[in-house]
Design a protein around this ligand. Sequence first.
Ligand SMILES: C[S@@+](CC[C@H](N)C(=O)[O-])C[C@H]1O[C@@H](n2cnc3c(N)ncnc32)[C@H](O)[C@@H]1O
Length: 290
Amino acid sequence: MEEALRAAERQLRAAGVPSPQVDAELLAAHLLGVSRGRLRALALIGAPVPEGFQALVDERARRVPLQHLTGVAYFRRIELSVGPGVFVPRPETETVAQLVIDRALGRAAPRIVDLGTGSGAIAAAVADEVPGAEVYAVELSDLALAWAGPNLARFGVHLVQGDLATALPECDGTFDVVVSNPPYIPAEAVPQEPEVAEHDPRMALYGGGADGMELPRAAAESAARLLRPGGYFVMEHAEVQAPWVAAVLERAGVWTEVTTHQDLGGRDRATSAVLTAEPVLPDTPREASR
Ligand SMILES: C[S@@+](CC[C@H](N)C(=O)[O-])C[C@H]1O[C@@H](n2cnc3c(N)ncnc32)[C@H](O)[C@@H]1O
């Protein structure tokens, strides 16, 4: 097996896969149903190459995402089922989930909603880590819902099919936290990595408009509607969008404590704000700024 692993690593490196050794080992471990650590031990004692290994390596060399081949994505403490038709959750989004968890912990039965839940990553992690939380998740895509359903059912999350711009009107003014990792890529900014460009659903990537800000703006407007006064909103976005998101929130006239947050690489990748306690009347500056 050792030689097959090294050959796979060389093949994946030549194909431009960013972590060829790890991916080769994870594919073999997946086929054997063991951890990566156990796989290395098996390789050392000369265990045979698992059947189907070369076929999976060939697919990975064609830049099919590792998570589509193993069917699993890891997010904080949980495992999510993923595959074609759903956005693979990213490590930087774990930081966004942390902001939600920090805000919700210690509250009695906090109500939290995740707009554009995809695989259900944020909603599931929050339900897992915040005892007593009542968590909702909104998703528009049929395909994403098919993955999110089983992922969220075991955490008791209420999954709702709908548009994040209009969803859950019956819950207006009731949530303590609204979180979103909406589509936000500008129309012209086609991602470089084949795993993203060819395998993440378009609907999960492009935010609408030349600046990609249509869906982020809609998420912010929905958050203002869904939160109770004093409620907390946090949204992931591209680094370049940090000042734009802050400006959208400042201009709306209903938010305080607008704060930009960095991911683990120090990049400005999320913004949070607190809904003011003052009721907003029609024809206030919020309306005028649209
Ligand atoms: C960037 S992905 C994020 C998925 C997940 N929250 C995560 O962090 O891994 C954005 C998600 O929003 C969904 N989406 C796109 N437009 C939507 C809309 N108008 N209403 C609700 N969900 C939408 C996409 O299908 C996709 O699952």
